[in-house]
Design a protein around this ligand. Structure first.
Ligand SMILES: Cc1ncc(COP(=O)(O)O)c(C=O)c1O
Length: 360
């Protein structure tokens, strides 16, 4: 096991103040594209004083809005997916999966690996889901769909087949859908039975799945541009949700997060506009990157990734110009968050300067 992964804080982008200091450029002058957080945030507006003053209470309004947005009843608000990622190994151990093997995508959000390895689970890397045909009794599989940073999106039919195979082996499929908001039709939430959908009783019975083999993580921070409020949801059967609620303890999600989350998840018009804006900005970003690089541009509507030789040198040359992108962990790719209109121009110009062009 890699001791470094166990003991060091991982770098995920963000932490602009550290970068600003390193390059001696004031924070306000940076174009920060180091995360996959939407450049336009849900307009939070005024938060009632009671949200700050009182302890957070069970919020039926938030649950109602979340059930409509995620299309399922089986959900629990969390202070971001990260909180569940960290508790999953202990919960799985407590529920009889102590000696399970855990299959992890080789490239992907590394906090998953860190959590399982820290809890001394045996982990196995896979590069493609076809390798998962080798899973054994009670194995645990993590799928990041779409993947961050590669953007690879497995369609729901493929994931359904994988889920059936895992369920047959009495294992667990954990799907991290932190970046699924722009492609909700591919979410595996349909396995729980679609809430609010005009379907007959029989269809509902066929779709409804109460097994404990599926856990889905959703994040509010990315698509809504609200990473700072620390809000997410876990979708799972009631047994899992009860265990997670107990483990989170009382007041895990703050009053302001509950209030803002309810507004944002209920505001379907804003969500539609956000999808249109992200589509426009991310396709312009894709064109700019395609012009600059000969390599394929991968990604989602919330980030674009290019695998390139000299990624560290290009990262450095962009930082020198006050543009902070994400140098991927393998040091063979750069991930670009979605810039606003002004940011797109600045990035395009920077990619055309000689300190960058010499490496393209
Ligand atoms: C794939 C993935 N999952 C989960 C998270 C954590 O999200 P949250 O802000 O909801 O804790 C991240 C954060 O970057 C991520 O990239």
């Amino acid at each position: 096991m890699d001791k470094n992964i166990k003991e060091q804080a991982l770098v995920h982008g963000g932490q602009l103040s550290t970068i600003a200091q390193r390059y001696q450029i004031e924070e306000k002058d940076w174009l920060d594209l180091s995360t996959g957080i939407a450049p336009i945030a849900y307009p939070v507006g005024i938060i009632p004083t009671a949200c700050w003053q009182r302890l957070p209470q069970n919020n039926e309004g938030l649950l109602h809005a979340a059930r409509g947005y995620y299309q399922t009843h089986n959900l629990l608000p969390t202070p971001g997916s990260q909180s569940i990622i960290q508790m999953l190994p202990q919960l799985c151990r407590a529920r009889g999966f102590a000696s399970s093997k855990v299959w992890l995508p080789k490239v992907g959000y590394q906090e998953h690996r860190k959590a399982w390895q820290k809890a001394n689970f045996q982990t196995i890397d896979y590069t493609d889901v076809t390798e998962l045909s080798q899973i054994e009794h009670e194995d645990i599989v993590l799928l990041i769909n779409p993947n961050n940073p590669t953007g690879q999106l497995y369609p729901s039919e493929d994931v359904t087949a994988l889920y059936s195979a895992i369920k047959a082996k009495q294992g667990i499929l954990i799907i991290d859908e932190a970046f699924m908001d722009t492609t909700p039709q591919q979410s595996m939430v349909q396995a729980f039975g679609r809430h609010n959908y005009p379907i007959g009783q029989q269809d509902r019975a066929e779709l409804q799945d109460n097994s404990d083999s599926l856990i889905i993580l959703r994040s509010v921070g990315k698509f809504f541009g609200l990473a700072g409020i620390r809000l997410g949801f876990v979708l799972a059967n009631e047994d899992w949700l009860n265990a997670m609620a107990l483990s989170l303890g009382p007041w895990a999600v703050s009053g302001p997060a509950l209030f803002v989350g309810e507004q944002a998840l209920a505001n379907t018009r804003w969500q539609e506009e956000q999808r249109v804006v992200l589509c426009r900005l991310s396709s312009t970003l894709k064109s700019i990157l395609k012009q600059a690089f000969t390599q394929t541009v991968q990604g989602t509507l919330l980030f674009r990734t290019v695998r390139i030789p000299h990624a560290p040198a290009i990262f450095e040359a962009l930082c020198q110009q006050g543009i902070y992108v994400r140098l991927c962990d393998e040091k063979d790719a750069l991930r670009f968050g979605i810039p606003d209109e002004q940011g797109l121009k600045r990035l395009e110009n920077a990619l055309n300067t000689s300190p960058v062009r010499q490496y393209l």
